[in-house]
Write a protein that binds this ligand. Structure first.
Ligand code: 13P
Length: 235
């Protein structure tokens, strides 16, 4: 089973439930599990609506602590209470916009596991790092610094230069990085590819060895596109 996860980022209002409803109304895709990660404001209502269905709901980030004096933050336990099953941690936008280090990402992933949820831990190189031939070294360093010792974990490989740009790595570039992550993590850890996944390239990317699913940004906002991507898992 491939995991097709949608990261809505800072998009979505109450009316966006129409997109969730379209996912719920469609038959469960063959060979794919669906996960939608809306903004925190929508997690509880989406999870309630999707309860018992083939669609799971997740968070996009959390604080590493369970509770306390941390104005504006949301804990993994709160997202679990709201019905989330997974939480994305270490997304490159969090690393860039909020200065999150590997050490912080590791604490967050530990927090997700503490709450009984599955972390989706993102790693990926910048264009400068790729161009200088440092990709595998960068990924290895990020894994070394941020992967916690937890039972259930998903890794998402998201080249920073492929996010929201319409550019994707070649399938051999994806294969090289995913094989390196798989070798480092061992069996049982699913590895998603993320970065400009669209209906038109999903089947090709999902067919790459060690690509166990996709983490989809922009194209996850429209149910039709998200379902078309998930259909690529059956190809
Ligand atoms: P896009 O699919 O919009 O490139 O975003 C990828 C991403 O960052 C998912 O987490």
């Amino acid at each position: 089973m491939k995991l097709i996860a949608g990261n809505w980022k800072m998009n979505g209002l109450k009316a966006s439930v129409a997109e969730l409803d379209a996912l719920l109304a469609a038959p469960a895709p063959e060979g794919a599990e669906l996960l939608v990660c809306p903004p925190a404001t929508l997690v509880a209502s989406f999870a309630r609506r999707a309860s018992g269905s083939h669609v799971k709901v997740g968070g996009q980030d959390c604080h590493w602590l369970e509770s306390g004096a941390h104005t504006g933050d949301v804990s993994a336990e709160m997202l679990a209470d709201a019905g989330a099953t997974h939480i994305i941690v270490g997304h490159s936008e969090r690393r860039a916009d909020h200065g999150e280090t590997d050490a912080v990402v590791r604490m967050k992933a530990q927090g997700v596991a503490r709450a009984g949820l599955v972390p989706i831990l993102c790693v990926g190189e910048t264009l400068a790092e790729r161009d200088s031939g440092a990709t595998l070294e960068v990924i290895a360093r990020q894994l070394e610094g941020s992967v916690p010792d937890v039972r259930a974990l998903v890794i998402a490989y998201e080249p920073v230069w492929a996010i929201g740009t319409g550019r994707t790595p070649t399938t051999s570039q994806v294969a090289e990085v995913h094989a390196a992550i798989a070798a480092r993590m061992g069996a049982g850890v699913r590895i998603l590819y993320g970065g400009s996944v669209k209906p038109g390239n999903a089947a090709e990317l999902l067919a790459v060895p060690h690509v166990d699913g996709a983490l989809v940004g922009g194209a996850s906002l429209k149910a039709a596109d998200f379902l078309a991507i998930a259909a690529g898992a059956a190809a």
